[in-house]
Design a protein around this ligand. Sequence first.
Ligand code: WNU
Length: 152
Amino acid sequence: MQTTQARHEEYFCFLRSVPLLRDLPEEKLAKIVDCLEVDCFEKGEYIIREGEEGNTFFIIAKGEVIVTQSTEGFIEPQEIKTLTVGDYFGEKALISEDVRSANIVSNQNDTHCLVVDRDNFNQIVGTYEELQAYLKEYVKELSRSDQRRNAL
Ligand code: WNU
């Protein structure tokens, strides 16, 4: 069995490798690790559903997910992109105080996501103006691209 400390070390190093979090001070990063949950998903499982309320932010630690979205003129949600290890998602509902704006579906068995709740997300992002500005800008850009592809 893996010790708590080894687990802590593993996720600490992993989060250091995520560009978004790279510049956070050590104690901040350690705090995130302390309050992380790990969720596992099988291929085809929905991690996020469009239109639902969401209070969590995810970082992919293992595997791959697909982003899909309901689109004008199509019956099935359309595939937008694939995200993999080190990528994150779910920030939009938290930042724009809105429902989930796309589906996130596991694309591999045993996909692992690190889950950060709203309070901890705000703790991380709220205290770093650069991070906050970066994500806000990114979220605006996502809304623009949703409009361009006629998302519902
Ligand atoms: C997109 N349109 C929308 C992605 C992940 C992180 C960043 C892009 Cl900084 P949510 C659904 C999530 C949403 C985003 C993610 O899906 N997403 C997109 C798009 O073109 N959402 N509306 N591309 S991947 C991605 C940028 O994280 O957050 O809470 O849930 O709405």
